[in-house]
Ligand binder design. Sequence first.
Ligand code: 3HC
Length: 296
Amino acid sequence: MDVKKLIILGSGTMGHGIAQAAIFGGFDVCLYDIAQNFLDKAKDKIKGSIEKHFVAKGKITKEEGDAIFARLKTYTNLEEAAKDADFVIEAVPEDLALKKKIFAELDKICPVHTILATNTSVLPVTAIAGATGRQDKVVGTHFFNPAAVMKLVEVVLPIGVAEETVETAFAVAKKMGKVPVKVKDTPGFIVNRLLGPLYMEAAQMVLEGTATAEDIDTAMRLGAGHPMGPCELADFGGFDVIQMAQDAVFDYTHSEASKLNILYRKMLEAGRLGRKNGKGFYDYLPDGTKKPFKLF
Ligand code: 3HC
């Protein structure tokens, strides 16, 4: 299917990053959220990012940047945004009841040919598809944070998905400059299932005092070529999201390596969510620097 009209639901971290990748890929994008002030913030971030990462670096001209930004339209009325959509990418908060409600609504609003994709990283895509009467046209498109930069999209296959839906999701991802891979709908998909044990073992080493979070991060950056060490990456993803993902993966695999390490539970009990509230393995300071958090 030739996707002409692309809708993105949710203008948070993932939604606006996906929107940025989509306008750079040449799509005309309708970005939907429940309130105009969320959309205004997302537009400011995208505009700022075009300026900082592209225009200021001489990668594109100011005129080219303006033309790319002009491909973005915003909506607070779902029906208006989605009524003639070809492809919808949902990136609202990770709440299964909310996602099911939105997919049931989209199923009523959108034309019969519309493909509905979810960006969930932890929830079962099959259960989201089950809220619609078009299970063959529902798929997962899991982008990675920061979505404007990270090249991977996991195309997640719920049971009953049609081959054409998967092919279209691949084409959309490629047009955005991404590299899609296929994975069946199982907890953690590929990347989070593999990252989980790394996060767990890093936390265990911090708890045992084997090495500091800072030294673990340095070691994995310089010794294994990871762009971020496991502690800073766990902070970046957020401990609440990690808890949800690990609980789902452990429930499925029963692998000890995936069992949530107690340190994440304790961090959450202490109100430490990671970078999103400035408190994780590190304290993130207003001047943009960070310092290691002393556990005991
Ligand atoms: N838009 C466009 N380009 C951007 C950008 C943006 N918003 N932000 C950064 N860039 C570009 C920069 O311009 C720069 O480009 P250049 O090399 O051509 O000059 C390049 O990206 C690198 O950016 P910076 O120099 O500012 O910063 P770093 O080199 O420190 O890279 C990073 C930052 C890309 C975040 C890097 O640290 C990284 O790759 N980290 C790992 C992130 C990761 O693993 N994410 C996955 C997490 S798991 C997940 O998302 C799963 C989900 O379910 C939660």
